[in-house]
Structures are given as C-alpha cells and as structure tokens.
Design a protein around this ligand. Structure first.
Ligand code: MRU
Length: 338
C-alpha cells in the first residue's frame, strides 16, 4: 500500500510510481521511478507533468536518492541541480527543491518527511484555491479552459479544474469547453478524460475555435492555471494561454488564473524574466508517442516551439490563489506576494 497517493503519484516507503500521462486516456499505466535519471526522462517526455506535480515528484526522487546514498551531501546537491534544470519554466520545481535543499543537513529521514509535507501542503492549497475559484462560478455558466490543471497535475483536486470540480460538488451545473492544447494535447487527452471522470458536461474544441466560440456569446468565463506568476502579475502558462487572454479581453469575457502561492515568483519582476522552455521540433512537425508516430510537415521544416507563453497582467480579471482572489489593483499593490 502506498503511504501517500494522488491521481498520478504513489509514494511507497522506498519507491515512487507515477501514472504515465503520455499514455492517457487510452491506457492507465503506472511506472516505477527508480532514479533521478528516470525522473528526468519522464518529466522531459511529459509522462510526469503539471507545475505542482513536477515539483512534488522531484522532492520524492531527491529524498529517495538521499536514502540510497546516505552522507553524500555534495552528491545530493548535484542531483538537485540536475533535477532543477530539467524543465525551466514552472517555478514550483524550484520551490520544492529549495525546500529540500534547506533540509540537506538534517539527513535522509528529514528529507523524506519534507517531501511528504510538501505533498500534503499541495493537497491543502488545491482545496483552498478551488473553493475560492468555485465561488466565482454561477449556475449554468460556460467555462473555457486550456491545457490540464486537474488532479493529474497536482497532489489534490487541481487548480483551475479543481475550481470546476468543487463547483460540481456544490451542485452548480456548468458546461466546460476544453481547448485541445496543441502541440501535446493535454486538453484533448487529459482534461477531456478528467471532465468525464468528474461527470462534468464538456465539449472539446481545437484551440483556433475559441475566438468564434466567444464571438457567438457561448463563453461566460475563462479559467486557466499557471506555471509562474511574477511580482507584477504577468504569468506563464501553456502556450496558447496568451492568445486566449487576448481574445477574452476583446470579447469582454472575464479571464481568471488559478494557482497556489508556490507558483508565485516574487523574484521575477515581469514576464520578460520568465525562462521559456523550447521543445523539440518533432512535436510541431507531427506527433510522436506511445500510440505511434505521424509526420505531416516537410522533413526538417524549420520550427519554433515554445512550451509556454506569457500573459500580461493587464489581460487578467482575477488571480485566484489559495491566499485569496486578487484583482488588478491588489496585484499592483503586491498583495499576492505577501
Ligand atoms: O507542459 P505541461 O503539461 O507541464 O504544462 C502544464 C500547464 O501549463 C498547466 O496549465 C500548469 O502547469 C498549471 S497546472 C496545475
């Protein structure tokens, strides 16, 4: 029996398993993660993904490594440095590794306890932000979301999808539009699967359909997650979020970002300071993965493939954190950073 478990992570006394998100929704495959190298491969391929989950799984892998190599603090540091560099945009990874590094002097048992505490904290943060997000949702509303921000991406109910899940639990009827989220289809593969799991009525759309859906008056709110929120309120999230925010602003559709305080990076003054991960050209030229390879672009077609984009604070109606819901004036006063 795992002593800690979420929708996508199982933590045992001396091992870790993750749900391979590249194989969903066709197969629910649990994979053992036995080393930092295996974690890096899983994270780079997005088998483990979502800002909070990346950080939490890194904490457990580091604790596991320390237990297997006791008394080798300089080695732990090198491992931590390698984990930190695996995906640069989501700051939750840095938050978790900073917390673990602060415990190095106390030894492996303290590191395991710290990783477990981070997991429990995330579960609680999810609940708090989801309750606040659900307060914003009214009976019959149609909500558009992007990428995957649910239980798969966190230790708890999720961020933006967490809000939808809590609203559903309260008996609020919603209709959710799910952007499929090119190029890796976290919406089409994972969010659609979670909507069905939560029994929330939804329709899947291609990302390019969001504007005409709003023009037709079919969207009441947009809710997305975040990978890093800056001191000025700019935030990074899955590429396509910025386009959605521009379109929502044009159509006067309220646009909310839902995230835990662990996604806020006070040291990042503006979105210009966020490192944006560039990914492999093959993801744009075609699709590769567990279910086969297909290439539709000319071989070697030049590609630009940023994994995230930055939405400026001016396009955001509200920042829903575990600590409160902040409007633009509160963000300008730096209240989300306290
Ligand atoms: O590349 P991914 O799938 O890790 O990107 C995930 C997102 O952009 C999510 O919206 C973000 O991590 C918030 S999830 C709770």
């Amino acid at each position: 029996m795992p002593h800690l478990q979420s929708r996508s992570l199982r933590v045992y006394a001396d091992s870790l398993e993750y749900l391979d998100q590249t194989r969903l929704p066709q197969a629910e495959t649990w994979v053992c993660c036995a080393s930092p190298e295996e974690w890096q491969v899983a994270v780079k391929s997005l088998a483990i993904r979502g800002a909070p989950l990346i950080g939490l799984s890194a904490a457990f892998v580091l604790a596991q490594y320390a237990a297997q190599h006791p008394g080798q603090e300089s080695e732990w540091q090198l491992v931590s440095d390698r984990l930190r560099a695996t995906r640069p945009t989501a700051v939750n990874l840095m938050y978790c590794l900073d917390a673990m590094e602060a415990c190095f002097a106390q030894g492996p048992a303290a590191l395991s306890e710290r990783a477990a505490a981070l997991f429990e904290e995330d579960r609680e943060l999810c609940l708090q932000m989801a309750e606040r997000g659900a307060d914003l949702l009214a009976e019959g509303e149609r909500v558009l979301t992007h990428c995957n921000t649910g239980a798969l991406a966190t230790a708890g109910v999720g961020t933006a999808i967490g809000a939808l899940a809590v609203a559903k639990k309260r008996g609020v009827a919603l209709h959710v539009y799910v952007n499929e989220t090119r190029p890796l289809l976290q919406g089409g593969r994972l969010t659609a699967w979670e909507m069905a799991d939560l029994d929330i009525p939804y329709q899947l759309i291609a990302d390019s359909m969001a504007a005409s859906l709003m023009a037709a008056g079919k969207v009441d709110k947009v809710m997305v997650g975040a990978d890093r929120i800056c001191a000025n309120g700019d935030f990074a999230n899955k590429v396509g979020t910025y386009m959605l925010a521009v379109v929502a602003n044009y159509h006067k559709v309220p646009f909310y970002v839902v995230a835990p305080y662990t996604t806020v990076d006070k040291a990042c003054a503006t979105g210009d300071d966020i490192p944006i991960e560039q990914r492999d050209a093959a993801e744009i030229r075609g699709a590769t993965g567990a279910f086969g390879d297909v290439v539709w672009a000319p071989e070697n077609a030049p590609v630009w493939n940023p994994s995230f984009d930055v939405t400026p604070a001016s396009l955001v109606t509200g920042w829903v954190l575990d600590t409160g819901v902040f409007d633009q004036a509160a963000i300008a006063r730096g209240e989300h950073c306290r």
